[in-house]
Write a protein that binds this ligand. Structure first.
Ligand SMILES: Cc1cc2nc3c(=O)[nH]c(=O)nc-3n(C[C@H](O)[C@H](O)[C@H](O)COP(=O)(O)O)c2cc1C
Length: 151
C-alpha cells in the first residue's frame, strides 16, 4: 500500500499540492513518501510501483525546467518504467492558452519509457480561489487513481 509522490516545482505550488495529496492518501490508508525530484540520486534508482508525478507549466505550455531536466535524465539513462504505475497532476493558470500543458507532455514522456499512466491527468488551476472545491477535486481524483494502483 505504498505511493511515491515525486514533484518538480519552481515556486512551491506543486509541492503544496503534493502535501495536500499526501494527507488525503494517508487518510485513505496509503503509505506515502514525497520527494522533490531535485533530491533524487542520479543515476536514478529504478522507478517502479505506484508513482504520482506532479509539476507546473511554464513557457508556452511547457514542462518547468526542473521537470524537463528530470525527464531528460530518465531518457538519457534509458530507464525502463514498465513496472511503474503512474498518475500525473499538472499545475497552471487558466489565463494561459495552453493551460496545464505540462501534464500531457509528462504523460507522453513517461509512456515513451513504457510507464503505465492512469487517466485522467489532474489539472490544477493556481488561480482557483475556492479552497473547498480544490480539496474536493483532489479527493475525487485521488479516489479514482488509487483504484488503479497496486495494493
Ligand atoms: C513565465 C510563466 C509562464 C507560465 N506559463 C504557463 C502556461 O503556459 N500554462 C499554464 O497553465 N500556466 C503557466 N504558468 C503558471 C504556472 O504554472 C503556475 O504559476 C504554477 O502554479 C507554478 O507552480 P510551481 O510553483 O510549482 O512551479 C506560467 C507562469 C509563469 C511565471
Amino acid at each position: 500500500m505504498n505511493i511515491s509522490i515525486l514533484y518538480a516545482t519552481l515556486t512551491g505550488y506543486s509541492e503544496s499540492v503534493a502535501m495536500d495529496l499526501s494527507g488525503i492518501l494517508k487518510d485513505m490508508g496509503w503509505e506515502v513518501t514525497m520527494t522533490d525530484v531535485t533530491q533524487l540520486a542520479k543515476p536514478h534508482a529504478p522507478l517502479e510501483g505506484n508513482i504520482i508525478f506532479g509539476c507546473s507549466t511554464y513557457g508556452d505550455g511547457d514542462l518547468n525546467d526542473i521537470a524537463e531536466e528530470f525527464i531528460e535524465s530518465l531518457r538519457s539513462a534509458k530507464l525502463d518504467l514498465s513496472h511503474a504505475n503512474m498518475a500525473i497532476f499538472a499545475l497552471g493558470e487558466s489565463i494561459y492558452p495552453d493551460f496545464c500543458g505540462a501534464g500531457q507532455l509528462a504523460k507522453e514522456a513517461f509512456e515513451s519509457l513504457n510507464a503505465q499512466v492512469i487517466e485522467p491527468i489532474m489539472s490544477i488551476d493556481t488561480l482557483e480561489l475556492d479552497q473547498e472545491k480544490k480539496k474536493q477535486d483532489l479527493l475525487s481524483w485521488a479516489t479514482h487513481i488509487t483504484t488503479a494502483f497496486d495494493v
